[in-house]
Design a protein around this ligand. Structure first.
Ligand code: FES
Length: 173
């Protein structure tokens, strides 16, 4: 009878460990897999020192095109010369850039209409009637601050979360 009771206790102990182990493991797994993906895609560092005045580059952020553009003084003046209230999506250039870096326009390269990639970031591409970007899919024109000025797109090109980690390096995301 003594043995029987002992077997029962051992089995009970194993079961309890099994259940406890599973309960601990599940939350760990469910927390780990998403955060791993998020970490891999969370931010992108871009050295902007090589971008010349008036030039733009295309980068990739979270698998989507990102435009980084160093505006000329004339392009800055043009953006600042527009009455913000008159815009479809009212934002000033200052709203869309960082203090001290008002000539560095960083936006997603994704048209806010149906998601095409606008032209204007690569050398020789048309920049539309407002000198910024032009989406050839249905004719949306963005200005030098990446704001929608004409065509079907409802909002300005999205400015992602970013910060300058030095004078020349931007961390997006
Ligand atoms: Fe750009 Fe339609 S997707 S205008």
């Amino acid at each position: 009878e003594g043995y029987r009771r002992r077997d029962f206790i051992d089995i009970a102990a194993v079961s309890a460990a099994g259940i406890g182990g599973a309960a601990v493991l599940l939350p760990l797994i469910s927390q780990m897999s998403p955060s791993k993906d998020v970490l891999a895609e969370s931010s992108t560092e871009i050295d902007v020192s090589a971008i010349e005045i008036g030039q733009a580059i295309k980068a990739v952020f979270r698998k989507q095109p990102l435009f980084v553009r160093r505006l000329t003084a004339a392009e800055v003046a043009e953006a600042n010369g527009v009455a913000v209230d008159s815009l479809r999506d009212p934002e000033s250039l200052a709203d869309r850039t960082k203090e001290g870096h008002g000539d560095m326009l960083i936006t997603m390269g994704v048209c806010t209409h149906l998601g095409c990639v606008p032209l204007g970031a690569a050398e020789g591409e048309v920049r539309g009637e407002f000198g910024g970007y032009f989406c050839p899919c249905h004719g949306s024109h963005y200005d030098t601050a990446g704001r929608i000025r004409k065509g079907p797109a409802p909002t300005n090109l999205e400015v992602p979360e970013y910060e300058f980690t030095s004078d020349t390096v931007v961390r997006v995301g």
